[in-house]
Design a protein around this ligand. Structure first.
Ligand code: NAD
Ligand code: USQ
Length: 392
Protein backbone atom coordinates (compact mmCIF):
# COMPACT_ATOMS: atom_id res chain seq x y z
CA UNK A 1 0.00 0.00 0.00
CA UNK A 2 1.19 3.54 -0.77
CA UNK A 3 2.02 5.81 2.12
CA UNK A 4 1.46 9.54 2.59
CA UNK A 5 5.07 10.30 1.61
CA UNK A 6 4.52 9.10 -1.95
CA UNK A 7 4.14 12.01 -4.37
CA UNK A 8 1.68 11.57 -7.18
CA UNK A 9 1.26 13.11 -10.59
CA UNK A 10 -2.44 13.95 -10.58
CA UNK A 11 -4.50 15.03 -13.59
CA UNK A 12 -7.75 16.72 -12.54
CA UNK A 13 -10.47 16.81 -15.21
CA UNK A 14 -12.85 19.65 -14.30
CA UNK A 15 -10.17 21.59 -12.36
CA UNK A 16 -11.95 24.95 -12.82
CA UNK A 17 -14.98 23.78 -10.77
CA UNK A 18 -16.04 24.08 -7.14
CA UNK A 19 -14.42 20.83 -5.94
CA UNK A 20 -11.76 20.51 -8.66
CA UNK A 21 -10.09 23.81 -7.79
CA UNK A 22 -10.18 23.17 -4.03
CA UNK A 23 -8.66 19.71 -4.56
CA UNK A 24 -5.90 21.20 -6.75
CA UNK A 25 -4.99 23.62 -3.93
CA UNK A 26 -4.96 20.81 -1.37
CA UNK A 27 -2.78 18.55 -3.53
CA UNK A 28 -0.16 21.18 -4.42
CA UNK A 29 0.05 22.15 -0.75
CA UNK A 30 0.96 18.50 -0.04
CA UNK A 31 3.61 18.55 -2.79
CA UNK A 32 1.75 16.48 -5.35
CA UNK A 33 2.21 17.46 -9.01
CA UNK A 34 -1.04 18.82 -10.40
CA UNK A 35 -2.23 19.06 -14.01
CA UNK A 36 -5.75 20.15 -14.88
CA UNK A 37 -8.12 20.27 -17.83
CA UNK A 38 -11.41 22.11 -18.15
CA UNK A 39 -13.62 23.41 -20.98
CA UNK A 40 -15.07 26.18 -18.72
CA UNK A 41 -18.61 24.94 -19.47
CA UNK A 42 -19.91 25.59 -15.92
CA UNK A 43 -18.84 29.24 -16.17
CA UNK A 44 -20.75 29.55 -19.47
CA UNK A 45 -23.86 27.66 -18.34
CA UNK A 46 -24.13 29.70 -15.12
CA UNK A 47 -23.85 32.89 -17.18
CA UNK A 48 -26.53 31.48 -19.53
CA UNK A 49 -29.09 31.63 -16.71
CA UNK A 50 -28.00 35.13 -15.62
CA UNK A 51 -25.99 34.10 -12.56
CA UNK A 52 -22.36 34.00 -11.46
CA UNK A 53 -20.17 32.57 -8.71
CA UNK A 54 -20.78 34.34 -5.37
CA UNK A 55 -17.06 35.07 -5.14
CA UNK A 56 -15.55 36.63 -8.27
CA UNK A 57 -13.62 34.06 -10.27
CA UNK A 58 -10.34 35.01 -11.94
CA UNK A 59 -9.57 33.59 -15.42
CA UNK A 60 -7.79 30.20 -15.32
CA UNK A 61 -4.37 31.74 -16.15
CA UNK A 62 -4.78 34.22 -13.28
CA UNK A 63 -5.76 31.42 -10.89
CA UNK A 64 -2.61 29.51 -11.85
CA UNK A 65 -0.52 32.67 -11.30
CA UNK A 66 -2.15 33.19 -7.90
CA UNK A 67 -1.14 29.63 -6.89
CA UNK A 68 2.44 30.47 -7.83
CA UNK A 69 2.34 33.77 -5.94
CA UNK A 70 0.62 32.66 -2.72
CA UNK A 71 1.38 28.93 -2.45
CA UNK A 72 4.66 28.86 -4.38
CA UNK A 73 3.43 25.93 -6.45
CA UNK A 74 2.83 25.14 -10.12
CA UNK A 75 -0.34 23.92 -11.78
CA UNK A 76 -0.36 23.15 -15.49
CA UNK A 77 -3.78 24.09 -16.92
CA UNK A 78 -5.08 22.81 -20.28
CA UNK A 79 -8.21 24.34 -21.76
CA UNK A 80 -10.08 21.51 -23.43
CA UNK A 81 -13.15 19.31 -23.57
CA UNK A 82 -12.82 15.71 -22.41
CA UNK A 83 -15.39 14.65 -25.02
CA UNK A 84 -12.67 15.62 -27.57
CA UNK A 85 -10.65 12.40 -27.54
CA UNK A 86 -7.64 13.81 -29.40
CA UNK A 87 -7.26 16.62 -26.88
CA UNK A 88 -7.72 14.29 -23.90
CA UNK A 89 -5.17 11.86 -25.41
CA UNK A 90 -2.65 14.71 -25.79
CA UNK A 91 -3.18 15.87 -22.18
CA UNK A 92 -2.85 12.37 -20.67
CA UNK A 93 0.28 11.64 -22.74
CA UNK A 94 1.88 14.94 -21.77
CA UNK A 95 1.01 14.87 -18.06
CA UNK A 96 1.76 11.13 -17.55
CA UNK A 97 -0.45 10.90 -14.43
CA UNK A 98 -0.50 8.14 -11.80
CA UNK A 99 -4.10 9.09 -11.12
CA UNK A 100 -6.81 10.89 -13.07
CA UNK A 101 -9.56 12.52 -11.00
CA UNK A 102 -12.68 13.00 -13.11
CA UNK A 103 -15.07 15.81 -12.11
CA UNK A 104 -15.66 16.96 -15.71
CA UNK A 105 -19.40 16.50 -16.02
CA UNK A 106 -22.56 18.58 -16.29
CA UNK A 107 -23.39 18.37 -12.58
CA UNK A 108 -26.70 20.16 -12.11
CA UNK A 109 -29.91 18.14 -11.70
CA UNK A 110 -32.19 21.11 -12.61
CA UNK A 111 -30.07 21.94 -15.70
CA UNK A 112 -30.54 18.37 -16.94
CA UNK A 113 -34.33 18.64 -16.47
CA UNK A 114 -34.94 21.89 -18.38
CA UNK A 115 -35.90 20.29 -21.71
CA UNK A 116 -34.87 17.68 -24.27
CA UNK A 117 -31.77 19.60 -25.41
CA UNK A 118 -30.43 19.91 -21.87
CA UNK A 119 -31.15 16.23 -21.16
CA UNK A 120 -29.33 15.16 -24.35
CA UNK A 121 -26.40 17.45 -23.60
CA UNK A 122 -26.08 16.05 -20.08
CA UNK A 123 -26.11 12.43 -21.23
CA UNK A 124 -23.70 13.05 -24.14
CA UNK A 125 -21.28 15.22 -22.20
CA UNK A 126 -21.11 12.92 -19.19
CA UNK A 127 -21.08 9.53 -20.91
CA UNK A 128 -18.85 10.49 -23.86
CA UNK A 129 -16.33 11.88 -21.38
CA UNK A 130 -16.40 8.70 -19.28
CA UNK A 131 -15.98 6.46 -22.34
CA UNK A 132 -13.09 8.56 -23.70
CA UNK A 133 -11.37 8.37 -20.33
CA UNK A 134 -11.81 4.58 -20.11
CA UNK A 135 -10.51 3.89 -23.64
CA UNK A 136 -7.60 6.34 -23.40
CA UNK A 137 -6.41 4.99 -20.05
CA UNK A 138 -6.49 1.48 -21.51
CA UNK A 139 -4.58 2.69 -24.59
CA UNK A 140 -1.97 4.91 -22.90
CA UNK A 141 -1.33 3.30 -19.51
CA UNK A 142 -3.82 0.83 -17.98
CA UNK A 143 -2.13 1.14 -14.58
CA UNK A 144 -3.47 4.70 -14.11
CA UNK A 145 -5.91 4.91 -11.20
CA UNK A 146 -9.21 6.45 -12.35
CA UNK A 147 -10.84 8.34 -9.46
CA UNK A 148 -14.30 9.04 -10.80
CA UNK A 149 -16.69 11.37 -9.00
CA UNK A 150 -20.15 9.84 -8.89
CA UNK A 151 -22.92 10.76 -6.47
CA UNK A 152 -24.88 9.39 -3.50
CA UNK A 153 -27.95 10.31 -5.56
CA UNK A 154 -27.22 7.25 -7.73
CA UNK A 155 -28.82 5.15 -4.99
CA UNK A 156 -31.90 7.36 -4.70
CA UNK A 157 -33.76 7.15 -1.39
CA UNK A 158 -34.56 3.43 -0.98
CA UNK A 159 -36.38 1.87 1.93
CA UNK A 160 -33.37 -0.36 2.71
CA UNK A 161 -29.92 0.36 4.16
CA UNK A 162 -27.63 1.46 1.31
CA UNK A 163 -24.50 -0.72 1.22
CA UNK A 164 -21.04 0.55 0.34
CA UNK A 165 -20.28 -2.22 -2.11
CA UNK A 166 -20.30 -2.92 -5.82
CA UNK A 167 -22.55 -5.99 -5.61
CA UNK A 168 -25.15 -7.32 -3.19
CA UNK A 169 -26.71 -10.75 -2.89
CA UNK A 170 -30.33 -10.89 -3.91
CA UNK A 171 -32.93 -13.65 -3.94
CA UNK A 172 -35.22 -13.20 -6.93
CA UNK A 173 -38.07 -15.68 -7.40
CA UNK A 174 -36.40 -18.00 -4.91
CA UNK A 175 -32.94 -18.01 -6.59
CA UNK A 176 -29.86 -16.28 -5.24
CA UNK A 177 -27.31 -14.27 -7.26
CA UNK A 178 -25.01 -11.25 -7.00
CA UNK A 179 -26.53 -8.09 -8.49
CA UNK A 180 -25.11 -4.57 -8.96
CA UNK A 181 -26.18 -2.52 -5.92
CA UNK A 182 -29.59 -1.10 -6.92
CA UNK A 183 -29.73 2.47 -8.19
CA UNK A 184 -32.53 4.87 -9.09
CA UNK A 185 -31.88 8.49 -10.06
CA UNK A 186 -33.90 11.59 -9.24
CA UNK A 187 -33.01 13.47 -12.47
CA UNK A 188 -31.42 12.87 -15.87
CA UNK A 189 -28.18 14.14 -14.33
CA UNK A 190 -28.35 11.49 -11.59
CA UNK A 191 -29.12 8.82 -14.22
CA UNK A 192 -26.02 9.89 -16.20
CA UNK A 193 -23.95 9.07 -13.11
CA UNK A 194 -25.68 5.67 -12.79
CA UNK A 195 -24.82 4.89 -16.43
CA UNK A 196 -21.21 6.03 -15.74
CA UNK A 197 -21.01 3.52 -12.88
CA UNK A 198 -22.29 0.67 -15.04
CA UNK A 199 -19.71 1.53 -17.72
CA UNK A 200 -16.86 1.74 -15.21
CA UNK A 201 -17.79 -1.58 -13.59
CA UNK A 202 -18.17 -3.22 -17.00
CA UNK A 203 -14.82 -2.02 -18.38
CA UNK A 204 -13.13 -2.92 -15.11
CA UNK A 205 -14.24 -6.52 -15.69
CA UNK A 206 -13.27 -6.37 -19.35
CA UNK A 207 -9.85 -4.69 -19.12
CA UNK A 208 -8.93 -4.84 -15.41
CA UNK A 209 -8.73 -1.06 -15.06
CA UNK A 210 -8.13 0.34 -11.55
CA UNK A 211 -11.09 2.46 -10.52
CA UNK A 212 -12.50 4.26 -7.49
CA UNK A 213 -16.12 5.26 -8.08
CA UNK A 214 -17.06 7.78 -5.39
CA UNK A 215 -20.67 8.14 -4.31
CA UNK A 216 -20.53 11.62 -2.80
CA UNK A 217 -23.37 13.53 -1.15
CA UNK A 218 -23.98 17.28 -1.62
CA UNK A 219 -20.92 19.39 -0.73
CA UNK A 220 -21.13 22.68 1.15
CA UNK A 221 -18.63 25.28 2.30
CA UNK A 222 -16.47 28.16 1.19
CA UNK A 223 -13.27 27.61 3.15
CA UNK A 224 -10.17 25.50 3.05
CA UNK A 225 -6.94 26.69 4.68
CA UNK A 226 -5.14 26.97 1.33
CA UNK A 227 -7.45 29.87 0.30
CA UNK A 228 -5.15 32.50 1.77
CA UNK A 229 -6.13 35.23 -0.69
CA UNK A 230 -9.37 36.18 -2.49
CA UNK A 231 -7.80 35.28 -5.84
CA UNK A 232 -7.53 31.64 -4.70
CA UNK A 233 -11.25 31.22 -3.91
CA UNK A 234 -13.16 28.41 -5.53
CA UNK A 235 -16.46 28.99 -7.37
CA UNK A 236 -19.62 29.06 -5.23
CA UNK A 237 -23.02 28.69 -6.90
CA UNK A 238 -26.31 29.64 -5.29
CA UNK A 239 -28.87 30.16 -8.09
CA UNK A 240 -31.89 27.85 -8.55
CA UNK A 241 -30.11 25.73 -11.20
CA UNK A 242 -26.50 25.46 -10.02
CA UNK A 243 -26.73 26.20 -6.29
CA UNK A 244 -26.86 23.28 -3.88
CA UNK A 245 -29.09 23.44 -0.85
CA UNK A 246 -26.74 24.45 2.00
CA UNK A 247 -24.86 27.01 -0.10
CA UNK A 248 -28.17 28.42 -1.35
CA UNK A 249 -29.60 28.77 2.17
CA UNK A 250 -26.50 30.70 3.32
CA UNK A 251 -26.80 33.15 0.40
CA UNK A 252 -30.54 33.52 1.05
CA UNK A 253 -29.77 34.35 4.70
CA UNK A 254 -27.21 36.98 3.67
CA UNK A 255 -29.67 38.57 1.23
CA UNK A 256 -32.50 38.68 3.79
CA UNK A 257 -34.58 36.30 1.65
CA UNK A 258 -36.57 33.49 3.27
CA UNK A 259 -34.84 30.09 3.20
CA UNK A 260 -36.55 27.81 0.68
CA UNK A 261 -37.11 24.17 1.72
CA UNK A 262 -38.91 22.53 -1.21
CA UNK A 263 -42.23 20.91 -0.29
CA UNK A 264 -42.33 19.27 3.16
CA UNK A 265 -38.52 19.57 3.57
CA UNK A 266 -38.09 16.01 4.85
CA UNK A 267 -35.72 15.22 1.93
CA UNK A 268 -32.68 13.67 3.62
CA UNK A 269 -29.17 13.37 2.20
CA UNK A 270 -25.61 12.62 3.35
CA UNK A 271 -23.64 15.89 3.31
CA UNK A 272 -19.91 16.67 3.38
CA UNK A 273 -18.00 19.92 3.83
CA UNK A 274 -15.62 21.15 1.13
CA UNK A 275 -12.69 20.65 3.53
CA UNK A 276 -13.64 17.05 4.27
CA UNK A 277 -14.39 16.37 0.60
CA UNK A 278 -10.91 17.39 -0.60
CA UNK A 279 -9.22 15.63 2.30
CA UNK A 280 -11.22 12.44 1.63
CA UNK A 281 -10.20 12.68 -2.03
CA UNK A 282 -6.56 13.10 -1.04
CA UNK A 283 -6.87 10.00 1.15
CA UNK A 284 -8.29 7.98 -1.76
CA UNK A 285 -5.57 9.25 -4.13
CA UNK A 286 -2.83 8.32 -1.68
CA UNK A 287 -4.44 4.93 -0.94
CA UNK A 288 -5.45 3.55 -4.32
CA UNK A 289 -7.25 0.22 -4.66
CA UNK A 290 -5.32 -2.86 -5.78
CA UNK A 291 -4.42 -2.84 -9.48
CA UNK A 292 -7.45 -4.07 -11.42
CA UNK A 293 -9.95 -3.40 -8.61
CA UNK A 294 -13.22 -1.47 -8.98
CA UNK A 295 -13.85 0.17 -5.59
CA UNK A 296 -17.05 1.96 -4.59
CA UNK A 297 -16.75 4.53 -1.78
CA UNK A 298 -19.67 6.29 -0.08
CA UNK A 299 -18.40 9.81 0.68
CA UNK A 300 -20.58 11.78 3.10
CA UNK A 301 -20.15 12.76 6.74
CA UNK A 302 -23.50 13.92 8.19
CA UNK A 303 -27.08 13.00 7.41
CA UNK A 304 -29.63 15.81 7.59
CA UNK A 305 -33.04 16.73 6.25
CA UNK A 306 -33.57 19.99 4.39
CA UNK A 307 -35.67 21.22 7.35
CA UNK A 308 -32.79 20.58 9.78
CA UNK A 309 -30.40 22.49 7.52
CA UNK A 310 -32.78 25.45 7.26
CA UNK A 311 -32.95 25.54 11.07
CA UNK A 312 -29.13 25.46 11.40
CA UNK A 313 -28.69 28.27 8.86
CA UNK A 314 -31.40 30.32 10.59
CA UNK A 315 -29.66 29.95 13.97
CA UNK A 316 -26.21 30.74 12.51
CA UNK A 317 -27.57 33.82 10.71
CA UNK A 318 -29.29 35.04 13.88
CA UNK A 319 -26.06 34.63 15.88
CA UNK A 320 -24.50 36.97 13.32
CA UNK A 321 -27.30 39.52 13.72
CA UNK A 322 -29.32 38.64 10.61
CA UNK A 323 -33.09 38.22 10.56
CA UNK A 324 -33.73 34.82 8.93
CA UNK A 325 -37.12 33.37 7.99
CA UNK A 326 -37.93 29.91 6.63
CA UNK A 327 -40.67 29.68 3.99
CA UNK A 328 -41.49 26.35 2.34
CA UNK A 329 -42.05 26.67 -1.40
CA UNK A 330 -43.81 24.34 -3.82
CA UNK A 331 -41.40 21.56 -4.77
CA UNK A 332 -40.26 22.00 -8.40
CA UNK A 333 -38.81 18.45 -8.35
CA UNK A 334 -40.42 15.04 -8.29
CA UNK A 335 -38.89 13.34 -5.22
CA UNK A 336 -39.82 11.77 -1.89
CA UNK A 337 -40.32 14.52 0.71
CA UNK A 338 -40.35 12.10 3.66
CA UNK A 339 -38.41 8.85 3.53
CA UNK A 340 -36.08 6.35 5.18
CA UNK A 341 -32.35 7.02 4.60
CA UNK A 342 -29.49 4.94 5.99
CA UNK A 343 -26.35 4.63 3.85
CA UNK A 344 -23.29 2.70 5.00
CA UNK A 345 -19.86 4.33 5.28
CA UNK A 346 -16.71 2.49 6.35
CA UNK A 347 -13.99 2.63 3.67
CA UNK A 348 -12.75 6.18 4.31
CA UNK A 349 -12.50 5.50 8.06
CA UNK A 350 -10.66 2.26 7.35
CA UNK A 351 -8.05 4.34 5.46
CA UNK A 352 -7.55 6.62 8.48
CA UNK A 353 -9.78 9.50 7.39
CA UNK A 354 -11.60 11.51 10.07
CA UNK A 355 -13.92 14.45 9.32
CA UNK A 356 -12.94 17.91 10.60
CA UNK A 357 -15.62 20.37 9.62
CA UNK A 358 -19.31 19.98 10.52
CA UNK A 359 -22.36 21.74 9.21
CA UNK A 360 -23.45 23.54 12.37
CA UNK A 361 -20.16 25.52 12.62
CA UNK A 362 -19.46 25.65 8.92
CA UNK A 363 -22.69 27.45 7.94
CA UNK A 364 -21.68 30.30 10.24
CA UNK A 365 -18.26 30.49 8.53
CA UNK A 366 -19.98 30.51 5.15
CA UNK A 367 -22.29 33.36 6.10
CA UNK A 368 -19.28 35.30 7.41
CA UNK A 369 -17.42 34.70 4.14
CA UNK A 370 -20.44 35.75 2.05
CA UNK A 371 -21.42 38.90 3.97
CA UNK A 372 -18.70 41.11 2.37
CA UNK A 373 -20.15 40.15 -1.05
CA UNK A 374 -23.72 41.13 -0.22
CA UNK A 375 -23.78 43.98 -2.75
CA UNK A 376 -22.53 41.69 -5.52
CA UNK A 377 -25.12 39.03 -4.56
CA UNK A 378 -27.98 41.58 -4.68
CA UNK A 379 -27.54 41.64 -8.48
CA UNK A 380 -28.60 38.00 -8.70
CA UNK A 381 -31.75 38.10 -6.52
CA UNK A 382 -33.91 37.16 -9.53
CA UNK A 383 -32.25 33.78 -10.06
CA UNK A 384 -32.83 32.43 -6.54
CA UNK A 385 -36.46 31.26 -6.54
CA UNK A 386 -36.94 27.84 -8.23
CA UNK A 387 -38.30 28.01 -11.79
CA UNK A 388 -37.00 24.76 -13.29
CA UNK A 389 -39.74 22.15 -12.88
CA UNK A 390 -39.38 18.39 -13.34
CA UNK A 391 -42.97 17.97 -14.59
CA UNK A 392 -44.35 20.62 -16.91
P1 NAD B 1 -18.59 22.22 -11.18
O1 NAD B 1 -19.58 22.38 -12.27
O2 NAD B 1 -18.22 23.40 -10.37
O3 NAD B 1 -17.24 21.57 -11.77
C1 NAD B 1 -17.24 20.70 -12.89
C2 NAD B 1 -16.16 21.23 -13.85
O4 NAD B 1 -16.10 20.36 -14.98
C3 NAD B 1 -16.50 22.62 -14.38
O5 NAD B 1 -15.41 23.50 -14.22
C4 NAD B 1 -16.83 22.39 -15.87
O6 NAD B 1 -16.46 23.49 -16.68
C5 NAD B 1 -16.02 21.13 -16.17
N1 NAD B 1 -16.54 20.31 -17.27
C6 NAD B 1 -17.81 19.86 -17.46
N2 NAD B 1 -17.86 19.13 -18.58
C7 NAD B 1 -16.61 19.11 -19.12
C8 NAD B 1 -16.04 18.53 -20.28
N3 NAD B 1 -16.77 17.83 -21.15
N4 NAD B 1 -14.71 18.72 -20.51
C9 NAD B 1 -13.96 19.45 -19.66
N5 NAD B 1 -14.44 20.04 -18.55
C10 NAD B 1 -15.77 19.86 -18.28
O7 NAD B 1 -19.12 21.05 -10.23
P2 NAD B 1 -18.59 20.57 -8.81
O8 NAD B 1 -19.61 20.95 -7.82
O9 NAD B 1 -17.19 20.94 -8.62
O10 NAD B 1 -18.70 19.00 -9.00
C11 NAD B 1 -17.58 18.25 -9.46
C12 NAD B 1 -18.01 16.80 -9.67
O11 NAD B 1 -18.47 16.27 -8.42
C13 NAD B 1 -19.14 16.63 -10.66
O12 NAD B 1 -18.90 15.46 -11.42
C14 NAD B 1 -20.37 16.46 -9.79
O13 NAD B 1 -21.32 15.68 -10.44
C15 NAD B 1 -19.79 15.74 -8.58
N6 NAD B 1 -20.48 16.00 -7.31
C16 NAD B 1 -20.70 17.28 -6.88
C17 NAD B 1 -21.33 17.50 -5.66
C18 NAD B 1 -21.62 18.90 -5.15
O14 NAD B 1 -22.38 19.02 -4.19
N7 NAD B 1 -21.05 19.94 -5.72
C19 NAD B 1 -21.70 16.40 -4.87
C20 NAD B 1 -21.46 15.10 -5.33
C21 NAD B 1 -20.85 14.92 -6.56
N1 USQ C 1 -33.61 21.70 -1.98
C1 USQ C 1 -34.49 22.47 -1.24
N2 USQ C 1 -34.40 23.83 -1.37
C2 USQ C 1 -33.49 24.45 -2.18
C3 USQ C 1 -32.61 23.64 -2.91
C4 USQ C 1 -32.70 22.27 -2.81
O1 USQ C 1 -35.31 21.96 -0.49
O2 USQ C 1 -33.48 25.69 -2.23
C5 USQ C 1 -33.67 20.23 -1.85
C6 USQ C 1 -33.86 19.47 -3.16
O3 USQ C 1 -35.22 19.39 -3.50
C7 USQ C 1 -33.22 18.12 -2.85
C8 USQ C 1 -32.12 18.47 -1.84
O4 USQ C 1 -32.41 19.79 -1.36
O5 USQ C 1 -34.14 17.31 -2.20
C9 USQ C 1 -30.73 18.46 -2.44
O6 USQ C 1 -30.72 19.32 -3.57
P1 USQ C 1 -29.38 19.98 -4.09
O7 USQ C 1 -29.71 20.94 -5.20
O8 USQ C 1 -28.57 20.48 -2.96
O9 USQ C 1 -28.59 18.69 -4.64
P2 USQ C 1 -28.78 17.81 -5.94
O10 USQ C 1 -29.70 18.39 -6.92
O11 USQ C 1 -29.03 16.40 -5.51
O12 USQ C 1 -27.32 17.89 -6.58
C10 USQ C 1 -26.15 18.22 -5.86
C11 USQ C 1 -25.06 18.50 -6.88
C12 USQ C 1 -24.79 17.22 -7.68
C13 USQ C 1 -24.47 16.09 -6.72
C14 USQ C 1 -25.57 15.91 -5.68
C15 USQ C 1 -25.21 14.92 -4.60
O13 USQ C 1 -25.45 19.55 -7.76
O14 USQ C 1 -23.72 17.45 -8.59
O15 USQ C 1 -24.32 14.91 -7.44
O16 USQ C 1 -25.79 17.17 -5.00
S1 USQ C 1 -26.59 13.89 -4.16
O17 USQ C 1 -27.68 14.75 -3.72
O18 USQ C 1 -26.14 12.99 -3.14
O19 USQ C 1 -26.96 13.17 -5.37
Amino acid sequence: MLTYEVLMRVLILGIDGYIGWALALRLVSKNHEVYGMDNLSTRKAVEEIGSDSAFPLPAPEDRVNAVKEYLDADIKFYKGDITDKEKLREVIKESKPNVIVDFAEQRSAPYSMKDLDHAVYTINNNLDGTLNLIYLVKEIDPSIHILKMGTMGEYGTPNFDIPESVFIEAIINGKKDKIFTPRWGGSVYHFSKIFDSYLLAYYNQLYGLTITDIMQGPVYGSRIPEIVNESLRTRFDFDEVWGTVVNRFCVEAVLGLPLTPYGKGGQTRGFISLEDSVEALRTLIEHPPKQGEYRVVNQFMEIHSVNEIAQMVKEAGEELGLHVEIKHVENPRVEAEEHYYNPERRILESLGFTPKRFMREEVKNMIEDLLPYKERLERFKDVIMPKTKWRK
